[in-house]
Design a protein around this ligand. Sequence first.
Ligand SMILES: Cc1cc2nc3c(=O)[nH]c(=O)nc-3n(C[C@H](O)[C@H](O)[C@H](O)COP(=O)(O)O)c2cc1C
Ligand code: SF4
Length: 448
Amino acid sequence: MKLLLKNAHIDGIRYYDTYRKNGGYTVAEKALRTMTPDAVTEEVKKSGLRGRGGAGFPTGMKWSFLAKPEGVPRYLVCNADESEPGTFKDRYLMETIPHLLIEGLLISSFALGSNNTYIYIRGEYAWVAEILEQAVAEAKANGWLGKNILGTGFDCMVHVHVGAGAYICGEETALLESLEGKRGNPRIKPPFPAIKGVWNCPTVVNNVETLATIVPVIESGGEAYAKIGIGKSTGTKLISACGNINKPGVYEIELKVSVEEFLYSDEYCGGIANGKRLKACIPGGSSVPILPANLLLKTAKGEQRLMTYESLSDGGFETGSMLGSGGFIVYDEDQCIVRNTMTLARFYHHESCGQCSPCREGTGWLEKILHHIEYGKGKMKDIDLLWSVQSHIEGNTICPLGDAAAWPVAAAIRHFRDEFEWHIENPYEAQRRNYGLAHYADPMEAVA
Ligand SMILES: Cc1cc2nc3c(=O)[nH]c(=O)nc-3n(C[C@H](O)[C@H](O)[C@H](O)COP(=O)(O)O)c2cc1C
Ligand code: SF4
């Protein structure tokens, strides 16, 4: 089922004329001409839409928290930072059908009373920022942005703000700091952005996909949208699939497809590449726990695992994971869990903003210990040390980056402890397997 990408195959859909000819902006017209801002929010609440940025917080509820003091501007900020390894679905949406996002932003800005709405996009997406700039200019030239839109008295301008390229600027309060021109350090909460956001004004931060989804929600109505999907996982979701699969790419799924179907059917990933066996998968972007093959396809209770918020997290972190941002990273039987975990640990260490000691110091230790194990210098007690370090980060930091650094390590040890042990007991073989040479050359020696 396709709601967001249903027109993505149409030639020229990136441009205003083609988007408009294919029904574009009719939903915005419906919202602005026939609905009140509160009625739009009501539909979003009824739809059960949950934020697509990773945490899955109900969007309508978030909107209803927005403070509305007299004489103070309110802001909507679209989070297009998308730096989570394995996640590239927002990029595809913005590159392919940018006007869907602009239309979603217009409707959402109307609902929230935001006259100046920002898209914060990561610096590495420079070419996508240009596409967005062009779409904004086209929308303005055709009367969908600017003053007195459709004669309704509602003014709205969308501004594209390019970040400098930092993962932490995807965390909503770091993003707001960066938008204000400061270093992107997460803020201590409360106050939450809905009360004090950008420039101390009430602010809603939503993900690109969440805001684009407002268009089909208002088009069909909240109740109809809520019938798509299953349980509290309503609607469709974009999944970016990568790793050892036959058909990497961005897929829109109804939130009830089974993991097995998603992984093996030709409609989606097309199975494991080169006839190999599935070893493991990180189902929701690099921050969520890895699942071994047996727990990926079925829950610990033996039920079929579905691509939904609830099913993927069934069993908690003992036997489950999370849907997260929808970055589906597949590992075949040849992948080394130690090496991959070390790569992730290096990423989180590099991206830690350094404000909290458990994250600043702990991510460094995780990388260092994993590096020792990977390069043949590990000791058995290092596995327990790794466990101890990650457990001291989790829950003890200002923002969830600390958790995001701890969870992959914890899950790797939980499910693949034997592989860590094998690495430590067989350093020579491990080197040969990962690097194809019988050597102990250490490319990271200088930073170890
Ligand atoms: C370290 C870190 C990075 C994040 N990166 C992103 C991101 O790139 N895009 C995004 O939408 N949300 C990201 N988030 C989540 C945001 O803080 C926020 O929850 C989200 O933008 C809210 O939008 P939603 O409710 O529509 O999901 C990140 C969170 C953390 C802790
Ligand atoms: S958890 Fe890490 S990234 Fe987040 S505020 Fe603390 S030091 Fe910075």
